[in-house]
Ligand binder design. Sequence first.
Ligand code: NDP
Ligand code: MG
Length: 395
Amino acid sequence: MTQSGVSSPSSDRLRVAILGCTGSIGTQALDVCRQHADKLQVVALSAHSGTERLVASAREFGVRRVAVTDPAHRHDPILQDLPDATSLSVGAQAAVDICLHDDVDCVLVAIVGAAGLAASAAVLATDKRLALANKESLVVGGELLMPMASPGQLLPVDSEHAAIFQCLLGENPREVHKIWLTCSGGPFFGRSRDQLAHVGVDDALAHPTWNMGAKITIDSATLMNKGLERIEAMHLFGVGMDDICVVIQRQSKIHSMVEYEDGSVIAHLGVSDMRIPIQYAFSYPERWASPALRMDFRELGRLDFGAPDTDAFRCLALAERAGRIGGTLPCVLNAANEIAVSAFLGGTCSFTDIDRIVERCMDDHDAQRVQSLEQLADVDRWARARASQVVSDLS
Ligand code: NDP
Ligand code: MG
């Protein structure tokens, strides 16, 4: 074990498993591994449905194990093209199992939604590093996960949290006055509630500064993403809701800031490229050559700031309520939101119905103290069923 409590890699390269390798974060993580092949070795990969991309990556990186988490894709013919030396397993648990072998030093959980929680918990129960993109893990199960994490074991990949983590390095946490969590404002910044009621799926998928998976892109348009991130930050940095202030930073060049008691504010700036925080979660405490283009401050122009409009973007207020009450309420917030977002993407509810669905489910739930993953799975199931019912009542 190292001083940080996390085992040091026994190979000269960091051996990584990437869960959700076919998604936006997963694909960018593979690019980081490609660019730093002398430092990173990909040993295991999971995909849910994208077996073609999974097989291509397994071949390119010569991985030892792959998991297909959606059993409906168990017999995809392309899986015959996996290298002979690559083992295949199927089902939700398979993504967890491929990470727990001795030849894995670091697991990137880049699965979307509460489906990532089991893997995050399983990794923290070992001495492997957890590079966590899946913010829903912390929103739903932060009260269970954080006590499991040894110092230096959990590295946030979410750009704001990676930024805050770096702004806190070498500082005394007791001298923090406030965390400024930046938010681009999304594609509908400045719109009224009435205007939001009529936005379409294509408009909502057009994020001004980041290119991401569909679910988080909709969450960024409703500002639920920032609400989830505020809860994520509470858990990661052991602070309260009032210690985290959301500020609109339209250009997404300041990735967050920490304000100290003496009035000094330390900000993290950089290009809007997720490969930078992904790479840092692998390289920490080192810094490796940038995988992205560099920023030229002479061409940056301006930085605009503002306050979020929680009357129009009600998801931010709902997440605040869930974070303040805590317990199982954030689990309900998250599950109902996953159902509502998928209904919006499928054309069965409007953009402003998303917060109505989430609010209805939260109103119907009596929050309990978080006790176990099984309890959270039950609450998650209940909230999904309730949200689906609300969606069908709407139509
Ligand atoms: P994507 O939708 O692009 O990718 C999701 C990945 O998860 C895919 O590999 C998908 O497999 C897999 N997956 C989907 N459903 C399941 C399931 N039920 N069980 C297991 N795996 C599943 O999402 P993103 O990459 O955008 O986001 C991933 C996570 O990272 C999210 O939690 C998001 O909030 C977070 N994040 C993302 C950022 C970004 O820039 N994209 C920034 C910060 C955080 P397949 O495609 O094969 O079906
Ligand atoms: Mg983020």
